[in-house]
Design a protein. Structure first.
Length: 93
């Protein structure tokens, strides 16, 4: 099972991936030109998440915005797996 990161490790990793801490998770939002762009991004996220066997919460709102939230539920918080996937997802936007 993945090991939970401590606050210092989380802070350092957040600086690297440019996500935000939201309690026991990390989150980031993106704004696209239109709904089609937002959904295309969601589809790319789904493929990457499935390949990593690590699945974010996905929230599509205001027709062209996507917010992703990552947490390692089996570990009860934030692990290296969250930041590894965050880096991959950043590259997809």
């Amino acid at each position: 099972m993945a090991q939970l990161l401590d606050d210092d490790q989380i802070h350092a990793a957040i600086q690297r991936v440019q996500w935000s801490r939201k309690g026991d998770a990390i989150a980031r939002g993106w704004k696209f030109d239109d709904f089609t762009g937002a959904i295309a991004f969601v589809n790319r996220v789904a493929e990457a998440a499935e390949a990593a066997n690590h699945h974010p919460d996905i929230f599509v709102h205001d027709y062209n915005q996507v917010r992703l939230t990552l947490s390692t539920h089996s570990a009860g918080g934030i692990t290296d797996a969250d930041f590894a996937l965050a880096e991959k997802l950043n590259a997809l936007a």
